[in-house]
Design a binder for this molecule. Sequence first.
Ligand code: ZN
Length: 310
Amino acid sequence: MTDLHTPATEIQEQFDDQLDVTVDEIEERLETLVEEYKVPLSEARRSVVNTYLDDAGMDRDQLSGGGGNEHVDIAEVDAPEEWIDVTAKVVELWDATADAVAQVGLLGDETGTIKFTKWSKSDLPELEEGQVYELRNVVTDEYQGRFSVKLNRTTTIEAVDEEIEVGDDAVEVEGALVDIQSGSGLIKRCPEEDCTRVLQNGRCNEHGEVEGEFDLRIKGVLDDGEEVTEVIFDEEATEALTGISLAEGKEMAMDALDTTVVADEMRQKVLGRYYRVTGPTLGRYVLANEQERLDGPVDAEAMLIKARSI
Ligand SMILES: [Zn+2]
């Protein structure tokens, strides 16, 4: 027989503050649906939750994951749709671009930073830049490998009188630049607002054929002898690395009637050199904020071990 006691307990916790309903009652409802009507548990659960939402006059977004969320460090956020508590400082407030969003910005604690969104309809107090808050009942979200937290109607916000030294979640990698991947050099990006996707043959995945805007970047691979890391260098970093500016890149491409000459020239200049790169991670990439050329393998021993193993 399916275990209905656990889901019933979880549902009961979700409505603990709003409804006077016992675990047994909930379990009974679930049992009727699952045992008698052969409804899959997930559906039965949704149905029962909806019933109680109606009874309590609540919206689904007012539901919490139950009392006693885990209080987590920001760097620990690694999955979407988890209900958590955090103590964090408002590092930056950004301009909200949609009416549905009341405030958007960056929260930070000792372990790192994370984007937050506060919905207009959630009717929460204004957060102030530089203030530390205890935020209970926020939900994690993920977009393209980047995590964020959403403040909703059930979130409680309490200003706390403490100072937080916001840590930076940058990582440092070093090694030989062993490859420059396709999509490097002189590229074109979609000019649509907030898009900036790299065009493939003049087309944006989202917006179709567009007049692209030139940009420079390198998607490179650093090898430290033990593992490889993919690193993205933006225009500024690419120029620092290769000595080729965007204007020079465009000129080279025009002279050759071919944009690929730029990446070829870059390969000649930087492949095989050693670098130390610092920056935040995005998915499997490290985004180079700072890069420094090194004379040679930092960990010569690791390189030797690798050489022997080949
Ligand atoms: Zn686009």
